[in-house]
Design a protein around this ligand. Structure first.
Ligand code: HEM
Ligand SMILES: [Cu+2]
Length: 610
């Protein structure tokens, strides 16, 4: 019950991690099924519709319901601690954001059991996504509803993400401890800040696109129907105006995680901190200027293509700055190869390979050849799996003690790393060549005798290795959970504020708000010979927000309404919306001032002095 009503950012972080982890397994299973079908030529296991559903759901699940929530898990679990805050700015909204994401994810995945999943690709291109049973012969046999699940599931989840982004923007702007100026923010918080900004600017584009798609599908609209005056390229623009920034929403926090870990485990401050900040802001900005590189072959013409090609290549510059700064941080450091740091250092060359193929794709003339082949599949998996997922694993090993009070096993961790890392390269490296040899993406089979057999088989073997690696990680988690909570407050000899308080953090985080006196606030105090942070305020009563069931109720309401719209049963839709509105009404009329923890209740051994 506690978990259904919690507004504590640390618990919400754990909820995001559990839900995101669950969807990672679902998406991973879908990936393995795809690779089983492609292991050998001319197979008949998942073909046609079922293959399209697998690829669509795999992509959508991984991006929206696995990677995004795990990033939110870290933002929740770590950002308030790194800035010396007691919670996020709007704890209630934070919980609402989680439940909306979860409702959207579940709604979309119920499609598997209700007549078929969406099958128009994770990009949902019109007019493929606008096809439905209109009675004039365009019926897709068993899949009338699939894309409706996509439209409504993403819409509900998207609102959750959007309000989450707003919340973290406000939190980082307003709730920093005294002395924590912007140029002293830990790198992970900086990337969380820019990512939140990108969310606030990018998600409205997909919201609008999905509303239009919903009108086309549910109410017979014509936004994307060229025959009735609409324009299907409009969908591509709206999707990628969101979609390209989205990939930076995903990768920037991973950059932040890597920066923290590389610096902690080389016992050096991050090389070129201010250039790192500047590069992050610049990547965020340029992320909005390049969406058309996904549309080079859509026929926008040479001028548009050239402008967006140059803008795209420009992103490689700040990205290169980051890469060199990480290398210079490691250079001459006292490096400790913990599991977290192995994942972090392996991230660097892997991500560089993904960036390189990105620059290749950014050349329009070349892209006409690569586009919609396995080369693109190889590119984005190098950046998303080789970049983001390695970064997330690094972060999990690093912050696990802070989140759960226990250390993940190092032996199993290293086994996990090697299985996953080798499996990853086996899976995706051959795909570059499959693409160059002409294998189109999203095909469910290929014929023997075109030299595509070996690459595909190696790729499938690699996918199984990654799956086994993930199982080792799960075993590690289970083994760890059975041990007592004995993690130290600062197990890695850390540099930033989250290591100044016990693991796991007490409910109120900091007994006294700390005073920040420089970059790497905790390290600064350690160097000055202090064992703990200097407090910025006397011990006093601590104000806490009250738990509430309303965020869950609001999300359930929208979940019900989603089904109503899908099956065009407007009574159900109205009932769902009414549930949500009643919950909103209760929230606004019921005055809740929260509660206080009095100084006598603060345990001495908890919360340190700061
Ligand atoms: C130096 C940086 C990068 C460059 C120059 C770059 C360039 C490109 C280009 C030109 C395409 C379009 C290929 C085509 O469809 O023909 C593409 C696709 C893609 N990129 Fe990147 N990229 C970069 C970094 C990233 C990062 C950091 C991510 C994610 C974390 C990412 C994720 C993707 C995805 C998911 C697609 C495929 C979208 C789809 O059609 O399904 N890229 N990239
Ligand atoms: Cu892009």
């Amino acid at each position: 019950m506690d978990w259904l009503t919690t507004v504590d950012h640390k618990k919400i972080g754990i909820l995001y991690l559990l839900a995101g982890g669950f969807f990672f397994l679902v998406g991973g299973l879908e990936a393995i099924l795809i690779r089983i079908q492609l292991a050998f030529p001319d197979q008949h296991i998942f073909i046609g519709d079922s293959f399209n559903q697998l690829t669509t759901m795999h992509g959508t699940t991984m991006i929206f319901f696995a990677a995004m929530p795990v990033i939110f898990a870290f933002m929740n679990a770590i950002v308030p601690l790194q800035i010396g805050a007691r919670d996020v700015a709007f704890p209630f909204v934070n919980s609402l954001g989680f439940w909306l994401f979860f409702a959207g994810g579940i709604l979309m995945n119920t499609s598997w059991f209700l007549g078929g999943a969406p099958d128009a690709g994770w990009t949902g291109y019109a007019p493929l996504s606008t096809i439905l049973d209109t009675g004039w012969g365009q019926t897709i046999e068993n899949n009338l509803q699939g894309t409706d699940f996509y439209v409504l599931g993403l819409q509900i989840a998207g609102i959750g993400t959007l309000i989450g982004g707003i919340n973290f923007l406000v939190t980082i702007i307003n709730m920093r401890a005294p002395g924590l100026t912007y140029m002293r923010l830990p790198m992970f918080t900086w990337t969380a800040f820019i990512t939140s900004g990108l969310i606030v600017l990018a998600f409205p584009a997909i919201t609008v696109a999905l509303v239009e798609l919903m009108f086309d599908r549910v109410f017979g609209g014509a936004f994307f129907d060229a025959a009735r005056g609409g324009n299907n390229v409009l969908w591509e623009h709206l999707f990628w105006i969101f979609g390209h920034p989205e990939v930076y929403i995903l990768i920037l926090p991973a950059f932040g995680i890597i920066s923290e870990i590389v610096s902690t485990f080389s016992k050096k401050r991050l090389f070129g901190y201010s250039s790192m900040v500047f590069a992050t802001v610049l990547i965020g900005f340029l992320g909005f200027m390049v969406w058309v590189h996904h549309m080079f072959t859509a026929g926008l013409g040479p001028v548009a293509n050239s402008i967006f090609a140059i803008a795209t290549m420009a992103i490689a510059v700040p990205t290169g700055v980051k890469i060199f700064n990480w290398l210079f941080t490691l250079w001459g450091g006292q490096i400790r190869f913990t599991t977290a740091n192995i994942f972090a250092t392996a991230f660097i060359p892997t991500f560089v390979m993904g960036g390189t193929t990105g620059v290749m794709l950014a050349i329009p003339a070349a892209d006409f050849q690569y586009h919609d082949t396995y080369f693109v599949v190889a590119h984005f998996h190098y950046v998303i799996v080789g970049g983001l997922v390695l970064g997330l694993f690094a972060g999990l090993y690093y912050w696990w003690p802070k989140m759960f009070g226990r250390m993940l096993g190092e032996g199993l961790g290293k086994l996990h790393f090697w299985l996953f890392f080798i499996g990853f390269h086996l899976t995706f490296f051959p795909q570059h060549f499959l693409g160059l040899m002409g294998m189109p993406r999203r095909v469910f089979t290929y014929q023997p005798g075109h030299d595509l057999e070996v690459g595909n088989l190696v790729s499938t073997v690699g996918a199984f290795l990654m799956g086994i690696g993930t199982l080792v990680f799960l075993i590690n988690i289970i083994a760890t959970q059975r041990k007592p909570k004995t993690a130290l407050a600062d197990p890695w000899d850390g540099r930033t504020l989250e290591w100044a308080i016990p693991s796991p953090a007490p409910e109120y985080n900091f007994k006294q708000t700390p005073l920040v006196r420089g970059l790497d606030a905790l390290w600064k105090e350690k160097m000055a010979g202090n064992k703990e942070m200097t407090p910025a305020e006397p011990v006093g009563s601590i104000h806490m927000p009250s738990a509430s069931i309303l965020p869950l109720v609001m999300s359930v309401g929208l979940f019900i309404a989603g089904f109503g719209f899908m099956y065009k049963n407007y009574y159900v839709a109205a009932a769902g919306i009414i549930v949500t509105f009643i919950a909103m009404f209760l929230r606004s009329v019921y005055d809740d001032h929260g509660w206080h923890i009095e100084p006598e209740e603060l345990e001495d051994d908890k919360g340190g002095r700061a």
